[in-house]
Design a protein around this ligand. Structure first.
Ligand code: HEC
Length: 188
């Protein structure tokens, strides 16, 4: 029994020494250019999925998200998300492929999540990945608009995404007098 206890203590000390050696010698490679191993990927993605689901518990999903809100969500997506996540007919930026983990192509993955999960992810971001927290500068109503928009991505044709972009770039009142007349919109 005494030998067992002694062996147990030695094992713990060896593990602690290995852990400290990894921290202090720089043996672990933090390069983003080296992908996670299969085991690391499993641990990180399983932890992430379960953490999001647990923390999103109790978030009240609004009965409906207004069209104006969704349109604002699109504007936000085009401004802040598409470079990393891509969109219908739009590839992510080249540099976004340099992140580890690589940002997922949202039109393919968004259906895996409940609306409250999506809200939580956008608001809080995901630690130790490139996914930022947007809760610091978007209010809950704006975040639900983003959620409403990204939930439509899987069914959205590329033409629709492009048209939304064109409409957002155009002045709201084509017949208005105050708009700059040099707008480069042929065939008005
Ligand atoms: C700088 C890059 C970057 C930007 C900008 C960014 N994200 Fe992310 N996002 C990531 C990465 C990386 C992950 C993957 C994290 C992981 O696998 O744990 C992620 C994960 C997600 C997920 C979970 C998807 C899944 O299938 O796991 C959602 C939803 C999401 N982001 C939405 C958004 C929205 C909406 C915006 C804009 C408001 C945004 N992201 C902006 C990098 C980014």
């Amino acid at each position: 029994m005494q030998r067992f206890v002694l062996g147990f203590i030695v094992a713990i000390l060896v593990l602690a020494a290995v852990g400290l050696a990894v921290v202090f010698t720089g043996a672990f490679n933090v390069a983003a250019s080296v992908p996670h191993t299969g085991l690391e990927t499993w641990v990180l993605s399983t932890t992430m999925r379960n953490s999001v689901r647990r923390h999103a518990e109790g978030i009240a999903v609004p009965a409906s998200i207004g069209e104006d809100q969704v349109r604002e969500g699109f504007a936000q997506y085009r401004q802040s998300c598409v470079y990393c996540h891509g969109g219908p007919g739009v590839d992510p930026a080249d540099w976004a492929q340099g992140f580890t983990p690589e940002p997922p192509f949202l039109p393919d993955t968004v259906r895996r999540w409940r609306p409250q999960d999506l809200f939580w992810i956008v608001k809080n971001g995901i630690k130790m990945t490139a996914m930022p927290a947007f809760g610091g500068h978007l209010d809950d109503r704006q975040i639900w608009g983003v959620v409403g928009f990204i939930q439509r991505l899987p069914d959205m044709p590329a033409e629709t995404y492009e048209r939304l972009g064109r409409e957002a770039d155009q002045p709201a009142q084509p017949g208005g007098t105050g708009a700059p007349s040099s707008a480069a919109t042929p065939g008005g």
